[in-house]
Ligand binder design. Structure first.
Ligand code: ZN
Length: 435
């Protein structure tokens, strides 16, 4: 038999943006990296109003199919989680109990996981620190900028070299929360066997702009336009603590108080405050608007004194912005009120359709709508080129994207001297490869 050294299993995220899950087998041990949801299918399933069981989620393609690593059950030493986005942690709730191993992650990610699922053994490792599984496998959480606190590139250290799990990263030179990407550490690595590379924006020929640009875009609208007497509603990703911080600062400049509304937003902010990552004590936070009618009635009377930051940028049917657009809450949207979408639209069928419906409702309310006031958390082609240049991996495995995106990553690698099938590899969900 061929004496293999390392086998990589692409379980999810190799055919879509989301549902991320990879397994790395090193001789007689293995670790799992991430257990994420495919948000489009998850949202579609929620709307069907059927039981959120493992079987139903699997049938809908909302969670990764991990049957391909069934034979490794006794080898798996742990589940390592890169950051707190649902397309990386959301499937833990359904898959975790199938493995009797600890979850290892950064403190903020651990907080968010614990809000959603009871984990028997959760090991917290500070960012830019490491954890040792055995004499053959150790990991480092290398700090990167993304769009949620304490995001990391995971360096899996083996006796054959390092494997960099580099999904969800950008090189932001002016992050609003947290430190810059640890380029020093990345540059010091001298034995990178494989880079598992973020392909989400590999087809965009540019550098992804800093988060500070998103702040300037918001400032341009909120401070530069005729907002007098009008309410300002902003929606963004619940987990985007840096964006929340920017909005809070601009609201203050405008002389308005910030009010965060929505369960997931509340949870992400509460965890960030608990770990002293931010201090949002000046803002109001409302977890479940339906249970806060009195409060919302009060706020509605002097709407123009506030900036409301609400969930629902993807048009989710029960998120706060849809409830507002439907007139289901005591807080009302009136003609000429500002609705700012500080997010992009995830380009998948269910989400695009939901978002379109929401926009139509807002147009009927005669609101002023501002779309795409946003910068991405994912590196584009030219930052990815830098990452390859400084880490010099012997092999590249594009991930976190549909085939057109992973192919764009492969094309970049090819341009940089790699050869398809030899040292740049394309795999689909359920496939594995040996290095
Ligand atoms: Zn992410």
């Amino acid at each position: 038999m061929f004496p293999f050294m390392i086998r990589i299993y692409g379980i999810g995220g190799y055919e879509e943006v989301g549902r991320n899950m990879t397994c790395i087998e090193v001789d007689d041990e293995a670790i799992i990296l991430d257990m994420g949801l495919y948000m489009d299918r998850f949202v579609a399933l929620q709307e069907k109003d059927i039981e959120m069981s493992y079987e139903n989620l699997l049938a809908e393609d909302a969670i990764p199919y991990d049957g391909v690593i069934n034979h490794l059950k006794n080898k798996i030493k742990g589940i390592v989680v890169s950051h707190a986005h649902l397309d990386h942690i959301g499937a833990i709730k359904w898959l975790y109990s199938r493995y009797n191993v600890p979850i290892i992650t950064t403190p903020y990610t651990a907080e968010i996981i614990e809000k959603n699922v009871k984990v028997k053994k959760l090991i917290r490792v500070n960012i830019n620190s490491g954890y040792k599984f055995s004499k053959n496998i150790a990991i480092d959480f290398i700090n990167v900028t993304h769009s949620v606190p304490q995001a990391s590139i995971i360096n899996v250290k083996t006796k054959y070299g390092s494997i960099l799990y580099g999904l969800d990263y950008k090189n932001d030179n002016h992050p609003i929360v947290g430190r810059k990407t640890n380029m020093k550490k990345l540059k010091e690595l001298d034995d990178v066997l494989l880079l598992i590379a973020d392909s989400t924006n590999a087809d965009e020929e540019k550098k992804t702009f800093s988060e500070i640009i998103a702040k300037e875009m918001l400032r341009d609208i909120m401070l530069g336009m005729e907002t007098d007497g009008k309410a300002i509603f902003i929606t963004t990703f619940s987990s985007h603590i840096a964006r929340h911080k920017s909005i809070l600062a601009i609201a203050k400049m405008l002389g308005r108080k910030a009010v965060f509304i929505g369960r997931s937003m509340y949870d992400y902010i509460e965890s960030a405050e608990k770990l002293k990552i931010v201090d949002f004590s000046e803002a109001e936070k409302i977890k479940i608007p339906k249970r806060s009618s009195k409060k919302l009635e009060e706020l509605n009377k002097k709407k123009n004194e506030y900036v409301f930051i609400v969930t629902g940028g993807m048009g989710e049917k029960n998120a706060v912005l849809t409830q507002l657009a439907d007139g289901r809450l005591p807080l009302k949207i009136e003609p000429q009120d500002f609705i700012i979408f500080s997010c992009n639209v995830i380009p998948t069928p269910t989400i695009q359709a939901n978002r379109k419906i929401l926009e139509q409702k807002l147009h009927r309310k005669k609101a002023r709508i501002f779309k795409d006031i946003h910068v991405s958390g994912h590196a584009a082609r030219e930052e990815l080129r830098d990452l390859i240049k400084i880490t010099q991996p012997r092999h590249i495995l594009p991930a976190h994207g549909s085939i057109d995106k992973t192919a764009a990553m492969a094309a970049l690698a090819h341009e940089m001297g790699y050869e398809l099938g030899k040292n740049v590899h394309l795999i689909q969900n359920g496939q594995s490869m040996v290095i």
